[in-house]
Design a protein around this ligand. Structure first.
Ligand code: ALL
Length: 332
């Protein structure tokens, strides 16, 4: 990736309030943010809302922590409101969050959409209300953006390339074994889930490995556990499960263990959450992809700050995605 593409520009400076919203309290209620702050209400600083997906997923708690750390380090430049939903499929709650943030008068929304199409109309309305909108993590659907006549910059990784890194690594490891695998997909209406599936498919095709089953476990551990268990009983010959995120890889680990196949079935994931790092070190998982979740929202916030400072709406920015294996972990 060129430094140009990955350039982080300077932040604007402004007034003095600290207006943090606690992340922890979001996960225990309906997803509404709780304000924790200095109470100073000088209106000089812009307020940025980060809207994420399932707060049950460590990927997003890491993302929130990264954003909060950035806000603390630039507390004189902006205030941050952190939001998320409880359930990966709760699109209407995420749409409602966008509407609540618009009604509360935030200056910018940085969003990881739970669905690539369904969020576009609400975000168009936010833009029409004069709010800066930046799309992070899961890219909005280009056709729907065109139909809705709206442009929203995307800041995030190339998910196909990330999945290929993981898939290619697995392909090499499977040489000589049974050449059959299964895939646990993310929510199928998410562009990143589609791209990761394409990446896995391309790697397996190139390695001459057959995908005998591919189902969506909707990014969730327990659903992945159920689906992986039935995949293993239907296809006991498979030698690997490719999970499109680490939560689903955790579900697959438990399924493989209870089927007594831990020695035979390899597992790969995507996200690099701490539980998976431990599983990689223990040899329960072969590889994952680090999409630097702690920095993803930060990059989006910086794009929003630049636009709030009067720069033209930025181009899309590709963020890094790296292969993580036992070897890369032990090199640290
Ligand atoms: C995606 C992220 C992560 C995550 C998933 C679950 O958008 O990129 O891989 O695990 O959401 O919500």
């Amino acid at each position: 990736m060129s430094t140009q593409r990955f350039k982080r520009r300077g932040l604007l400076s402004a007034g003095l309030i600290i207006g943090l919203i606690s992340f922890g309290s979001c996960s225990s209620d309906s997803g509404s943010p709780t304000t924790v702050g200095s109470g100073d209400s000088s209106a000089a600083k812009p307020r940025i809302a980060l809207i994420m997906k399932s707060l049950a997923n460590e990927f997003f708690s890491t993302m929130a922590e990264g954003a909060e750390a950035h806000q603390s380090a630039h507390a004189n430049q902006y205030d941050l409101v952190v939001n998320g939903i409880k359930d990966e499929r709760d699109l209407s709650r995420q749409v409602a969050l966008v509407e609540e943030m618009v009604a509360s008068g935030v200056d910018a929304i940085v969003i990881a959409p739970a669905d690539s199409k369904a969020l576009v109309p609400a975000l168009r309305r936010a833009k029409a209300a004069g709010i800066v909108v930046v799309n992070i993590d899961n890219q909005l659907d280009q056709d729907v953006l065109k139909q809705e006549n709206v442009t929203i910059p995307f800041v995030g990784p190339d998910n196909l390339a990330g999945a290929r890194k993981v898939g290619d690594f697995l392909g090499n490891e499977l040489e000589g074994s049974d050449r059959k695998v299964a895939v646990l997909e993310g929510i199928r209406t998410s562009f990143n889930a589609q791209q990761r599936l394409k990446g896995f498919e391309a790697s397996m095709a190139e390695a001459g490995i057959e995908i005998v089953d591919s189902q969506s476990a909707e990014w969730e551990m327990s659903k992945a556990n159920t689906i992986a268990s039935s995949m293993l009983s239907e296809h006991p010959e498979i030698s690997a499960i490719l999970a499109a995120n680490d939560s689903m890889a955790l579900g697959a680990i438990a399924a493989v263990k209870s089927a007594g196949l831990s020695d035979k079935v390899k597992i790969v994931g995507f996200d690099n959450i701490t539980a998976i790092q431990a599983a990689i070190k223990e040899g329960k998982v072969l590889a994952t992809a680090d999409q630097h979740g702690d920095q993803l929202a930060v990059f989006g916030i910086e794009v929003a700050l630049n636009e709030l400072a009067g720069e033209a709406a930025g181009d899309d920015i590709e963020t890094p995605v790296d292969l993580v294996t036992k070897q890369t972990l032990s090199a640290k």
